[in-house]
Design a protein. Structure first.
Length: 368
């Protein structure tokens, strides 16, 4: 009798798996679990352990910033990823000298985070110096390019607290500082704006008094004390900024001279949208695709209505080679694909509980 029951149970399970496979072909999920659309784009070599921001280059390749926070015996890098899922390759694009010549001891390890390519071809990146001292040690750099290859680094500005997300619009670079006043509760954060021609700017002390600040925000949830993070423009020239710990999206509008007209809460979805991390606009749909780190999810925000929808999510990924997301920190739009950077740098309260190699990028293919 027991054998008969076991046979029925096993047979039923196999039938359920077969039915699930037919319903969800190519999916790595188990029956009874929510389906994840994420696939493996590329697994990085061992020199990469903490990928972060991504910049889409004109040729369709992707430059990934790699601060390597999880294992600092590995130097900070920029990696270049070419090709599509199943054929993608990753190679070193630029290895930062470590220690970096001319920088103060203790602040001479570059920590690249948000990254973007300018119309000139040069690459800008945020250098987040928060490992030892959060008070005005972060920087913004420009990597001069020639013939598609890095030539030299130029300091754009220094004395940020937590330099983080970047975007470029109308001859300016916009950067989020996630902690405007360290230790404050509620926590203020900000967006700063620089002309692409500016260099060697020394921001004021205290930072809150610097004239490059164009907008500020307040975060009250202190579980993850980081404010302004992901940032991008929509097709109409409005700026969107996500508050990391609040799970809120703000919309900033401008007049014809570039002066801020309004800075208002635009989107939130308590219980669904947990963190607002790195994001990019899909110009075809005028929707923002944003990484929700704590939830292991990619959220989609309609720039017309503010509606929040979940594109994909999964539980804690134990083997990133399956393609599952593991603390996604940025979502990049490449044609009909969403490229996901899996930072895998665990924070308390996140679905991601443990760092493991290899570091990966995931990809989610859009249906339209």
């Amino acid at each position: 009798m027991i054998r008969t029951v076991l046979t029925i149970v096993v047979a039923g399970g196999l039938l359920a798996q077969a039915a699930f496979a037919a319903q969800c072909p190519g999916c790595n999920c188990l029956p009874g679990q929510a389906c994840t659309k994420a696939e493996l784009l590329v697994a990085f070599p061992d020199c990469v352990n903490t990928p972060d921001g991504m910049a889409l280059l004109k040729d369709g390749s992707i430059v990934v910033s790699v601060p390597n926070f999880n294992d600092e015996t590995k130097p900070p890098l920029l990696m270049r990823v070419t090709g599509s899922a199943g054929k993608a390759k990753a190679e070193k694009f630029y290895e930062f000298p470590n220690p970096y010549p001319g920088l103060p001891q203790g602040l001479d390890r570059i920590s690249p985070m948000g990254i973007v390519q300018a119309p000139s071809g040069d690459i800008y990146f945020a250098d987040m110096q928060i490992r030892k001292d959060i008070s005005q040690k972060s920087r913004l750099w420009r990597l001069v390019m020639k013939g598609g290859k890095p030539q030299k680094m130029v300091l754009v500005a220094k004395n940020f607290n937590v330099a983080n997300g970047l975007c470029i619009h109308g001859g300016y670079i916009y950067i989020t500082d996630s902690v405007l006043e360290p230790g404050a509760n509620p926590l203020p954060s900000a967006v700063l704006r620089f002309k692409l021609t500016e260099e060697n700017v020394e921001l004021k002390t205290p930072l809150k008094n610097d004239p490059h600040i164009i907008a500020t925000f307040t975060s009250k949830k202190m579980q993850w004390p980081f404010g302004a993070d992901g940032i991008d423009f929509d097709n109409q020239g409005n700026l969107y900024v996500g508050l990391f710990g609040e799970g809120q999206m703000f919309k900033i509008t401008f007049d014809k001279k570039g002066n801020v007209i309004s800075n208002t809460l635009f989107a939130e979805a308590p219980g669904k949208l947990i963190n607002c991390d790195g994001m990019h606009l899909d110009k075809r749909s005028n929707k923002l695709y944003m990484a929700d780190s704590a939830a292991n999810a990619i959220q989609v925000i309609d720039c017309k209505t503010g509606k929040v929808e979940t594109l994909d999510s999964n539980e804690d990924t134990l083997d990133k080679r399956t393609g599952g997301m593991d603390q996604p920190c940025e979502a990049l739009v490449r044609g009909k694909e969403i490229i996901v950077s899996n930072m895998d740098w665990p924070f308390p309260g996140f679905k991601n509980t443990k760092w493991q190699q290899p570091a990966t990028l995931s990809v989610i293919k859009l249906k339209k």
